[in-house]
Design a protein around this ligand. Structure first.
Ligand SMILES: Nc1nc2c(c(=O)[nH]1)N[C@H]1C(S)=C(S)[C@@H](COP(=O)(O)O)O[C@H]1N2
Ligand SMILES: [Mo]
Length: 220
């Protein structure tokens, strides 16, 4: 499926073969995002592989400082009120993809469903890849454009993009949008995730974004 995936995974990055062909050497110099037509997703996986989770096997476990720990199936998530919007996806390394359509459930709705205890401060997110982790404060998690996404690019989220279900934190850089989401733990302090351990800011706001005071006009 992928050319040179072993070599790529040494860098922690896997690129689709077509993207590799299209961008050629420009990617290596970090110019991919600046090229005409370069507005394509790079497929990232820190493990160099994509976990394959079927739509029926998928479970999202929500636990920790909550009144009602729960495990959601994909059908459970799809039965909850849906939110959809379009937004530019931005990796902190510079590439962007404009006008990406997303659909899913607001994280705030899931938190209301399980009931957050008063001593809760933050969330820790886990992935089926057993490698990437992420964090958000409760206030960040309750923003209206922070969603547990099951559709992306007008289709179910594909395995390479983190399907069946990934996090999408619209106001922050791409590394906050954890793929292959498996668990959400409500905790009493921020536990910085994998990328933060590698030097990225814990609060990954996109430039010019300040959260709730700057709502996205594309929100529905
Ligand atoms: N599990 C997991 N989630 C992840 C990553 C990853 O390597 N593993 N990379 C992050 C980064 S740095 C970015 S920019 C986006 C890229 O999303 P994409 O692979 O769908 O293009 O996923 C984020 N979520
Ligand atoms: Mo990224």
């Amino acid at each position: 499926m992928f050319i040179g995936i072993a070599a790529m995974s040494a860098l922690g990055v896997a690129f689709g073969a077509d993207v590799q062909r299209f961008l050629g050497n420009a990617l290596g110099s970090g110019l991919g995002g600046l090229l005409p037509g370069g507005d394509r997703f790079r497929i990232y996986s820190i493990t160099g592989a994509y976990p394959q989770i079927s739509r029926t096997d998928f479970r999202l476990e929500v636990s920790g400082l909550v009144e009602r720990p729960m495990t959601f199936t994909l059908a459970d998530l799809e039965a909850m009120p849906a939110t959809s919007f379009a937004k530019t996806f931005q990796c902190v390394t510079g590439w962007k993809v404009p006008d990406v359509h997303w659909e899913g459930v607001r994280l705030s709705h899931i938190l209301e469903t399980v009931g957050v205890k008063s001593e809760a401060v933050a969330l820790s997110f886990e992935s089926y890849d057993r490698a990437d982790t992420e964090s958000l404060t409760l206030d960040q998690a309750r923003l209206p454009d922070v969603i547990v996404a099951y559709r992306m690019l007008d289709a179910p989220v594909t395995a390479e993009h983190g399907g069946p279900v990934r996090l999408y934190v619209a106001p922050m850089f791409g590394y906050k949008s954890l793929k292959w989401l498996s668990a959400i733990r409500v905790v009493d302090q921020v536990q910085p995730g994998y990328w933060e351990g590698n030097g990225y800011p814990v609060n990954g706001w996109l430039d010019g974004t300040t959260g709730p005071t700057n709502p996205d006009p594309g929100l529905t």
